[in-house]
Design a protein around this ligand. Structure first.
Ligand code: 5RP
Length: 226
């Protein structure tokens, strides 16, 4: 079993009958959806899923997981999702799979958030992984230039064919290559203030539990936010 599969399957153990479950996106969340799907099929686990991307929705349907639109639930009991980086203070970068807008909408409605990662995602400080920023098409080049002027080394997220990637919401993604993000909260506040920015991949002060995959097995870390 690879590390992503290990943590995906471990996380599925935290899903209980009757829960509304946020289903994350990415190659690690893929295994969690698979494991939850198996429990639905084999144990008759009764849950409702709320998905964070079109591809997760397709995958969940393949497993027969009943789904609801986010607007048709009043809360989500637990959301299980991957992450691109987790700092020593449990702050995160997400959006490597271009789904951070839906992922943040789902996270904001969730009573509990679990991130599942292999140990390569743990860092002291955020920023080695490019920070995704989703922007509307109109004026996207202006936002790009603003990032250039600010010294944030932006690049367009591209598809394999070289075309600019378009998200599930029809927007573009600019990745910021910052190296180290010294002040994530200050950066998040600035990004939130830019017209044309829809959402960025800084997920701050939100995770409740992290499941880390290592050769020794999955390690469950509960986050104490005081
Ligand atoms: C998608 C995400 C993913 O959770 C993140 O990119 C981690 O993906 P993976 O598990 O494939 O490494 O934020 O937008």
């Amino acid at each position: 079993m690879n590390l992503k599969q290990m943590v995906g399957y471990k996380a599925a153990e935290f899903v209980k009958d009757g829960m509304i479950v946020g289903l994350g996106t990415g190659s690690t969340a893929y295994y969690m959806v698979e494991a939850v799907g198996k429990r639905v099929k084999e144990e008759g686990l009764q849950i409702v899923g709320v998905t964070t991307s079109f591809r997760t929705a397709d995958h969940a349907r393949e497993w027969g997981i009943p789904l609801k639109d986010i607007d048709d639930v009043d809360h989500i009991d637990v959301t299980i999702d991957g992450a691109d980086e987790i700092s020593s203070e449990y702050q995160g970068i997400k959006g490597g799979g271009a789904a951070h807008l839906f992922e943040k909408v789902v996270a904001n409605l969730s009573d509990q958030i679990i991130w599942i990662v292999d140990e390569s995602k743990l860092v002291e400080q955020l920023g080695a992984f490019p920070l995704p920023v989703e922007v509307v098409h109109f004026g996207a080049g202006q936002v790009f230039r603003l990032f250039e002027k600010s010294g944030y080394n932006p690049s367009w997220r591209k598809e394999e064919d070289g075309e600019r990637l378009v998200t599930d919401s029809g927007n573009l993604i600019i990745d910021l290559h910052m190296g180290v993000i010294e002040e994530p909260k200050r950066l998040a506040t600035w990004l939130d203030s830019i017209t044309g920015v829809v959402e960025h991949g800084l997920f701050l002060d939100c995770v409740d539990r992290v499941i880390v995959g290592s050769e020794q097995g999955p390690v469950v870390e509960d986050v104490d936010r005081g």
